[in-house]
Design a protein around this ligand. Structure first.
Ligand code: C2E
Ligand code: CA
Ligand code: CA
Length: 729
């Protein structure tokens, strides 16, 4: 029984529809209104031509004034044509989802509303007088039917006025006009029925067919699909109403056509009605199924399958709409949120727990950010990165609440969340760009547990652009010679004579001027482009050495910095060897500097490369010893020719006895395992004296010279400011 009832309610469309299904049906109806607008207009144009040809021209020829005749015989059709046009324009251009009412839409609506009202007014006056005339002569029924027909026009007029009032109201309150779309579709239905009634009725009075009415009913029935029970009501009542009008038709003519309808065409008339109802049912259920399928498809395209939040693509699409229509763009903010320590959680607790964790974070985000006041978009971009588009108010408080929730997910592993924010500058800004910027801000506080939120600011903006510029121009920089080695001398600690130099990259840029390694090396490493720079520096150093050798200038060994990534991104050993051979440079003139941290990160790869380089005859220097996570294993596992002690040890040498002892010990230890020593960052004579005393062989630092171009270095040697040692090795 319940099942049967449920089936019937489904069949007749009493069931509750989801907002998406409603939307889908509504959209189809809107499209149908557009088609119908075309049809109505076509018919009106045809009617106009007919009226002008048959009536106006004839009357004008008889001597009547043209304007009066046009008004008398064609005004209705003009009005109808314009209403059709106005409503169609509205449906095509102004019913974009969630869009606020715009000025052109407002004007169109006002005009259409006014015409709608005028039209019904004209017809109403015409028919009302007829009803009056008929009332005395004809039967009660005829009076009622005529009156009903007039009421239809009254309704059209009321709709016209409502459209005007509603539009004014919404326009000045700057609200969306969703309801109006429904009104417009309904008014299309009524106008079509009106039109069918009117034309067919007057045709019928002249002993013609009722085709026009049937055609219009067909349009309404097939194109504008309401719930089946509503379609059924519309069809049944209008068929019955029209049938009554026909059978009681007045005008003093013969009743023959009425008999015709009853006896001959009534079967067809009913068959037509039944088929039409069936078609309406079929179309409705077909569309509903389509809506369900489309929605399922949309969901899979819109959502992140794990958390159910929006996916990145859909987020950016929606975000575009939101910022386009935002009234206060400076209050909107894109958040990029990143979980601290998620990797560790995932590794320790397993993949499944990791997934659950991500789902929980998604829920927390919805709890914390979702509000009724405005549309908030939340998405999981990828991995443990989330995006939110919300308003700026209380961002930090909200993030703190979120942080506590995230923390509570695991008592043992330290978890946290932090975010970067970016406010779009205009309504047309690309959301992807905004997200990039928010992410950039988030990355700045990635390792700083104290800070939960950082907003992208002007300084970051310049930095960001510089980074982008570097990324986009590394090839240009290499090709155009913007990258060049500067040389900083290395001296013997005993006599301070030059025993070598270090090549330090500089990017002399046409736009930014001189760029320093701390600006471009981290970016190039992050995007795995560092090998391009290092290959270029190798080549430039070899060129410089070759030029020095050829012009009999004093030459001394050059240390070249290698990034850990060079060994992964290119065949570094082979590249170096090829270039060195190309310029025919003696191997003892090249030192390879590898930083300590590189060795800890990628042991196997580097250990092979280092032994190959050694076999080929290059000297290998360990850079930055003592910075970062020093490991004495590095010294045990590899045999370096020279260790470069990091300049951090020198930072407070004069005050700290401990630093002195440490440096002393490192130098003794290195000497005992047959490694030579160099200390970097020597800035004062006291430091130099101390290092000489404790037996450090080589020194490098501003005290002896900053990194300078080749020419400057040669000039200083020529000027005898610096002396090149006879024995550089
Ligand atoms: P690094 O290899 O430790 O180079 C020494 C850095 O310390 C250089 O900075 C140098 O100018 C600076 N310096 C030298 N003496 C002193 C001093 O007395 N006081 C102070 N405060 N600083 C001193 P720079 O040229 O800015 O280079 C920074 C880092 O960039 C280098 O550190 C190196 O790791 C990297 N780098 C430079 N050129 C290249 C290159 O061609 N390839 C690669 N992969 N890295 C490079
Ligand atoms: Ca170095
Ligand atoms: Ca160094």
């Amino acid at each position: 029984m319940v099942k049967a009832l449920r089936f019937l309610s489904h069949l007749f469309g009493f069931e509750k529809l989801t907002p998406n299904e409603k939307d889908y049906l509504h959209e189809s109806n809107k499209r149908a209104s557009i088609y119908m607008g075309f049809i109505v207009m076509g018919l009106e144009v045809w009617m106009l031509i007919r009226q002008i040809k048959k009536r106006v021209i004839v009357k004008v020829k008889e001597g009547q004034p043209l304007f009066d005749m046009m008004v008398k015989y064609t005004s209705k059709y003009w009005l109808f044509l314009l209403i059709g046009l106005g409503l169609m324009i509205f449906c095509i251009f102004f019913t974009k989802k969630r869009k606020k009412i715009s000025k052109p839409a407002f004007i169109t609506l006002m005009v259409s509303g006014a015409l709608c009202f005028l039209y019904s007014f004209v017809i109403f006056i015409e028919n009302f007088t007829k009803v009056n005339a008929a009332a005395g002569i004809l039967e009660q029924q005829a009076f009622i039917m005529n009156f009903l027909m007039v009421m239809l026009y009254v309704l059209t007029g009321v709709i016209g006025v409502s459209i005007i009032i509603y539009s004014i109201f919404k326009y000045y309150k700057n609200k969306s006009i969703n309801l109006l779309e429904h009104v417009i579709i309904a008014s299309f239905t009524i106008i079509c029925l009106d039109f069918g009634f009117y034309v067919s009725y007057s045709d019928f009075m002249q002993d013609k067919e009722i085709i026009c009415y049937l055609t219009m009913i067909l349009y309404v029935g097939c194109l504008l699909i309401y719930r089946p029970y509503i379609s059924m009501l519309i069809l049944l009542s209008s068929f019955y109403g029209f049938y009554l009008i026909l059978t009681t038709f007045e005008g003093g003519k013969s009743f023959a056509p009425v008999d015709g309808v009853i006896s001959g065409d009534s079967v067809n008339y009913v068959t037509f009605l039944v088929s039409l109802i069936t078609i309406c049912f079929a179309i409705y259920h077909g569309r509903l199924n389509e809506a369900k399928k489309t929605h399922a498809l949309e969901i899979s395209l819109m959502n992140d399958s794990l958390t159910g939040l929006l996916n990145y693509n859909y987020f950016t699409e929606r975000a575009k709409e939101v910022i386009e229509t935002s009234n206060d763009i400076s209050n909107d903010v894109f958040l990029f949120l990143d979980i601290y320590n998620f990797k560790s959680f995932n590794d320790q607790r397993g993949f499944e727990a990791g997934n659950k964790f991500l789902v929980s974070v998604g829920k927390f985000l919805t709890e914390v950010f979702d509000t009724k006041d405005r549309e908030v978009l939340i998405s999981r971009q990828a991995d443990d990165h989330y995006l939110v588009l919300t308003s700026k108010e209380n961002i930090e408080e909200k993030l703190n609440v979120l942080k506590e929730k995230v923390k509570s997910l695991d008592e043992e592993i330290l978890l946290s969340i932090h975010g970067g924010g970016y406010s779009p500058q205009s309504n047309t800004e690309d959301p992807r760009k905004c997200i990039d910027r928010a992410r950039y801000a988030a990355e700045r506080i990635k390792k700083n547990l104290e800070k939960i939120y950082l907003e992208y600011d002007k300084k970051m903006h310049e930095e960001y652009h510089k980074r982008l510029y570097i990324l986009n121009n590394i090839d240009n920089a290499v090709a155009n010679g913007w990258i060049t080695p500067y040389y900083q001398v290395v001296v013997w600690s005993k006599d301070k004579e030059i025993c070598g130099c270090e090549a330090l990259a500089r990017w002399i840029d046409p736009t930014y001027g001189q760029l320093y390694p701390n600006e471009f090396i981290p970016v190039l490493e992050e995007y795995s482009l560092i090998h391009k720079l290092d290959r270029c520096i190798i080549e430039r150093v070899c060129q410089d050495l070759r030029a020095g050798l050829d012009s009999n200038k004093p030459v001394f060994p050059v240390s070249i910095n290698f990034s850990r990534l060079d060994f992964e991104l290119m065949d570094a050993v082979n590249e170096l060897e090829t270039i060195v051979q190309k310029y025919n440079i003696p191997k003892e003139l090249i030192h390879v500097e590898v930083t300590e941290s590189a060795l800890i990160d990628s042991f196997d790869l580097l250990s092979v490369a280092i032994s190959q380089l050694k076999d080929l005859g290059y000297s290998i220097w360990l850079d930055d010893f003592g910075s970062g996570y020093s490991s004495l294993n590095v010294l045990k596992d590899y045999s370096f020719d020279v260790i470069k002690i990091d300049m951090k040890f020198l930072s407070n040498l004069d005050k700290s006895e401990k630093s002195k002892i440490l440096i002393d010990c490192i130098i003794q230890m290195a000497t005992r395992i047959d490694m030579l020593t160099l200390t970097e960052g020597v800035e004062t004579m006291e430091e130099a004296d101390f290092l000489n005393k404790v037996g450090c062989g080589r020194l490098q630092g501003y005290l002896f010279g900053k990194p300078v171009p080749k020419e400057v270095l040669y000039k200083r040697i020529e000027d005898k400011e610096l002396t090149v040692s006879k024995n550089c090795l």
